[in-house]
Design a protein around this ligand. Structure first.
Ligand code: BES
Ligand code: ZN
Length: 629
């Protein structure tokens, strides 16, 4: 990413207070500054802000292009211009509601796209932007039939978070700006389409679909998927979309979804989005899950056949409160989305899968946290271990580390411990209700926390240190899981020479296997790896979390028999969390480097742009590299 210049001209601001109606504003003085600066958006919402989008697009799966009109309603009582974010789309024409052409300019590349500035004649409160996507559309991943489970139809999905929606729709792309939207989407007849909105259950005969999102959401939560998938109901408010060959397995795996929803509501108040569905995407999806409102986008790698990895669904569901309802005001406040969601995810998981499951989840998260702090401390941005980030001038994607998740969680755990669960739950419930459909800054949350919880309870927590200092505070609660004590005992036996087959692993669950594989004795000899593999079948496992942990070991110790499986994994699965440590591991040795180059040359076109960007860095891959197709 290029350095962001002209930052001072970028005054995107964040909507903080419930706004008066347009009529009221017309009559009164200009609205007070109600938005704060967002360093990753060109929009100037204090002058003119979008409130509703009518999207009318055609999706051309053959030529991998989207073309159409994004029509916006504006609140711009006194503005003579409105500024949008755009990063890739070619804007061909801008009109007002009556079809009159409006003047527009497209600014310089700033490091986070370009400003699209439209002149507004007096009284103009809507604009129609005609556009088509360009060659670079980081949000979109177009898949050929071979990259799908069914193998017959192409597939498209979008990924908006953090600042990618602007690559397929010109929009005010700041998490502090919310809009409702309607969409008309034309796809090739025979294919299905879903969005983060009201969704069809059946295919339309002509490939035309209509969507409505009536709750205001930020741009990063606009999402679209197109492909050969069908729907199956799971409960009154829940269901799953997946390719026909995957649907049954997915429905079995996610059978707890309806209960997750009711448990979540019992914890933190009513679900405000009507339905909660999940779509299982092809394996190239770069994340485990993405909390698009009403329809979580999920990786198929959580389908393990035993429901052991579905805490991820609890996580994405929890975002329906923390993130989608109360939204981080800027990407510097990302921990407000993810830390709260990890806390919430664990509370749901505890209710569905039991205390021990949740404690093991805690432990694994804590291990991730220690690892992340160590890694960030050794890097060029050691300040990134602070909860409140300073990402101005950088790609916000760089801030999406485990810190927001696990340190954020650890902070909330400390608060819970200090005031007790009942009081903390009541506080959170009130927080979600009070700030529903608004954005939240770290500072505003801390004020609310102080006033509503810490002061009334007479509790002292070093909030400043937790939020603004790097590293891990001393009062962090180190989680313990009994299930892992059993694993540790077997690890000791293994280290002392007990053959793998003789270890006592009866009734171990997935998390115990992950803990086991992560903590295998160092170094591992080829004979020992063979012995482990023969006893437990790691290389052949269908559990992708266990497999990924095992392949990390195989890479670290250059275990030849796992090479074909490693290659197969890296050329089908695009989940960035798995790819990064595997490629990093490969890059640590000369033979590994060569393997990484060969595999990546084949795999790169199969990954989503956000994974490509990260792995390019890991490999030092240059755009001009001759192996690049
Ligand atoms: N919202 C995130 C995914 C994300 C974060 C996308 C930042 C783009 C930028 C999602 O809710 C998430 O956290 N997914 C995790 C799963 C979770 C169980 C920790 C993932 O993808 O692994
Ligand atoms: Zn999340």
């Amino acid at each position: 990413m290029r350095p962001a210049h002209a930052l001072s001209s970028v005054l995107a601001v964040i909507f903080l207070f419930a706004c008066s109606t347009a009529e009221e504003q017309q009559e009164s003085a200009p609205p007070e500054a109600t938005y704060l600066m967002d360093p990753h958006s060109h929009a100037r919402p204090n002058e003119a802000v979008i409130t509703h989008l009518d999207l009318d697009i055609r999706v051309d799966m053959d030529n991998r292009r989207i073309e159409g009109v994004a029509a916006y309603k504006l609140q711009a009582p006194h503005a003579d211009q409105v500024v949008f974010d755009t990063d890739g789309p070619e804007v061909t024409r801008v009109q007002d509601a009556s079809g009159k052409d409006l003047e527009f300019t497209v600014g310089e590349e700033t490091g986070f796209g370009r400003a699209l500035t439209v002149r507004l004649p007096a009284g103009c409160d809507s604009v129609r932007i005609h556009y088509r996507t360009g060659a670079e559309t980081a949000a979109l991943q177009w898949l050929g039939p071979r990259q799908t489970a069914g193998g017959k139809s192409p597939f498209l999905y979008t990924q908006g978070q953090a600042i990618l929606t602007r690559t397929w729709i010109p929009i005010q792309d700041s998490p502090g700006i919310r809009i409702t939207y309607n969409a008309r989407v034309q796809v090739p007849a025979g294919l299905m389409a879903v969005m983060s909105a009201s969704n069809p259950r059946e295919r339309s005969a002509d490939g035309l679909y209509s969507f409505r999102m009536e709750q205001p959401i930020p741009a990063y939560l606009i999402a679209l998927a197109v492909g050969d998938f069908t729907f199956q109901e799971l409960g009154p408010r829940t269901g799953v979309y997946a390719e026909p060959v995957t649907l049954e397995k997915a429905a079995w795996e996610f059978a707890d979804m309806e209960r997750m929803l009711t448990e979540a509501e019992e914890l933190y108040g009513p679900y405000r989005w009507e339905r909660y569905d999940v779509i299982v995407l092809p394996p190239s999806f770069p994340y485990g899950g993405m909390e698009n409102p009403r329809i979580t986008f999920a990786t198929p790698t959580i389908i393990a056949g035993d429901r052991s990895l579905t805490a991820l669904i609890a996580h994405e569901l929890a975002h329906s409160w923390s993130g989608n309802l109360v939204t981080n005001a800027t990407w510097d406040d990302f921990w407000l989305n993810e830390g709260f969601t990890v806390y919430f995810e664990k509370r749901i998981s505890e209710r569905i899968f039991g205390e021990e499951y949740a404690r093991m989840l805690d432990q694994l998260g804590y291990q991730d946290l220690l690892h992340t702090v160590e890694k960030i401390d050794a890097g060029v941005h050691p300040e990134d271990t602070r909860l409140k980030l300073s990402l101005a001038g950088r790609d916000p994607d760089e801030g999406t580390s485990e810190i927001a998740y696990e340190k954020g969680y650890a902070f909330l755990r400390v608060l819970e411990e200090k005031v007790g669960r009942a009081k903390f739950d009541a506080f959170l419930r009130r927080y979600f209700e009070t700030f529903a459909f608004q954005s939240m800054t770290t500072e505003r949350f801390l004020t609310y926390l102080d006033e509503q919880l810490l002061k009334p309870e007479g509790v002292v927590v070093d909030v400043q240190q937790w939020v603004y200092s790097p590293g891990l505070p001393k009062d962090l609660i180190i989680p313990a899981a009994e299930g892992f004590v059993l694993v540790d005992e077997q690890l000791v036996r293994l280290k002392n020479g007990t053959p793998a087959k003789q270890l006592n692993t009866k009734d171990w669950v997935t998390f115990q296997w992950i803990h086991f594989v992560r903590h295998l004795p160092k170094p591992l000899s080829p004979a020992m790896m063979k012995d482990l593999d023969a006893a437990f079948g790691f290389t052949a496992t269908g559990n992708m979390e266990v497999l990924a942990a095992w392949l990390e070991q195989c890479v670290a110790y250059n275990y030849a028999p796992a090479k074909p499986r490693l290659k197969e994994f890296l050329t089908t699965v695009g989940r960035r969390k798995f790819l990064t440590p595997l490629y990093e591991g490969l890059m640590a040795t000369p033979e590994g480097k060569e393997t990484a180059r060969v595999i990546y040359a084949e795999a790169r076109p199969l990954y989503h742009a956000v994974a490509v960007k990260r792995i390019d860095e890991v490999l030092g891959w240059k755009g001009s590299d001759p192996v690049m197709f």
